[in-house]
Design a protein around this ligand. Structure first.
Ligand code: HEM
Length: 355
């Protein structure tokens, strides 16, 4: 069900319409999000003065990337979820290095094209505006536009995040992201521990699997004991190739719509975690409701994504001059936009250390 914090835009990729709606809902969104976002001062119009073209730059970059490969929507969504859950939405997942989150098993298969897109947008944005916008904000905004461009709802993303100084530690990743063979109790517990205790958040956010693919090794448990036509077909498709990729939504794999929930109702969910949502009384009524009513799913998804996006980073932070690296030589660097613009430089050298 759509709330006052969100507006549903079906199918339209027209930037003007999106921007008009963004402005129209911005005030309501900020008021509703105030309590949770206040802790780190997020606001929909955070960059309105310092980088007025931000939305246009992000929108056109994501649209161009989708023109090359529509899968980038799925790539961004998964990266965003895997960034936010372990220690908040702070772009920690983008950091390279020996302790990079990208090397952890939970993050195997993240789309390199989508990771590169974030850094490429950062470069464009910093050249235009100076180092004012964090990689974390660019990831949040790009993910929102990617959903809308794939046919999904408009998501009014609050902004103002800082980038982490370190990757999330292994234990945080391991204790946060559920395994694809987890039961519904585990899913509910993991989401509740992140402040997403409303089952509607879990079910709606799982609806991100309306786009994208899973490798056969991630649903091995289902196909090792096939027990109906669908699981026999999955088993036949995978054979012995654990890396073969299967669409998560078997009806409309590249469109952001509610058909994933129709899949689940038809017992054609690919992951154990997905199908489990349709088999448990605490969540099945939501699966059925979203399958019957796309507007309800869209409204709930947009609202739950805003909640997810407000998960706080570890504290401190910086505006990275390269999304894959922490800035050289400093903690809590603060950007001086005037210096950056004057120097025409988007790198960390344009940042000044704050107290
Ligand atoms: C509820 C718990 C969840 C589990 C257990 C889970 C697990 C998985 C697994 C195993 C894959 C396949 C990865 C691969 O084989 O490469 C996958 C893909 C994906 N996940 Fe999830 N996921 C969950 C929730 C979410 C959420 C909340 C989102 C976003 C809001 C999300 C977005 C995606 C997307 C879009 C893909 C496709 C990625 C691509 O094609 O590149 N997932 N997920």
């Amino acid at each position: 069900m759509a709330t006052s914090t969100t507006r549903v835009v079906r199918g339209s990729g027209v930037l003007v319409a999106i921007m008009a709606m963004a402005m129209a809902v911005a005030t309501a969104t900020m008021m509703t999000n105030k309590d949770t976002a206040a802790a780190w001062s997020l606001a929909v119009d955070f960059h309105a003065l310092s980088c007025p073209d931000l939305h246009g730059m992000v929108h056109s970059a994501v649209a161009a990337a989708r023109g090359q490969d529509v899968q980038v929507t799925a790539g961004l969504l998964r990266i965003f979820f895997h960034d936010c859950f372990p220690q908040g939405c702070d772009a920690s997942i983008l950091l390279d290095g020996w302790n990079s989150e990208k090397k952890m098993i939970q993050n195997e298969g993240l789309q390199q094209r989508a990771l590169d897109l974030i850094e490429s947008i950062r470069d464009t944005v910093h050249k235009r505006c100076g180092a004012t916008v964090s990689c974390a904000d660019i990831l949040a905004l790009a993910t929102g536009y990617a959903v809308t461009l794939a046919g999904g709802p408009w998501i009014s993303m609050p902004l103002g995040r800082r980038d982490s100084l370190e990757p999330a530690p292994f234990w945080a990743v391991n204790n946060s992201l559920p395994r694809p063979d987890a039961d519904v109790n585990t899913l509910i517990d993991r989401f509740r521990s992140k402040g997403l205790g409303d089952h509607a958040d879990l079910v709606a956010l799982s609806g991100a699997h309306t786009v994208g693919k899973a490798r056969c090794k991630n649903f091995r448990d289902r196909i090792s004991r096939p027990n109906d036509d669908f699981t026999w077909r999955l088993a036949g498709f995978c054979g012995n190739d654990g890396n073969r990729q299967q669409n998560l939504d078997v009806i409309t794999p590249d469109t952001f719509d509610n058909r994933y929930f129709v899949d689940l109702r038809n017992r054609q969910g690919v992951l154990t975690t997905d199908q489990g949502l349709a088999n448990d009384g605490r969540t099945s009524w939501l699966v059925n409701g979203f399958a019957d009513n796309q507007a309800w799913f869209f409204g709930q998804f947009a609202q739950s994504m805003v909640k997810l996006s407000q998960m706080r980073g570890a504290g401190g932070g910086e505006i990275r001059g390269n999304c894959f690296r922490r800035n050289a030589g400093g903690i809590n660097l603060r950007q001086t936009q005037t210096d950056a613009a004057a120097a025409g430089d988007d790198e960390a050298t344009t940042l000044a250390a704050s107290a």
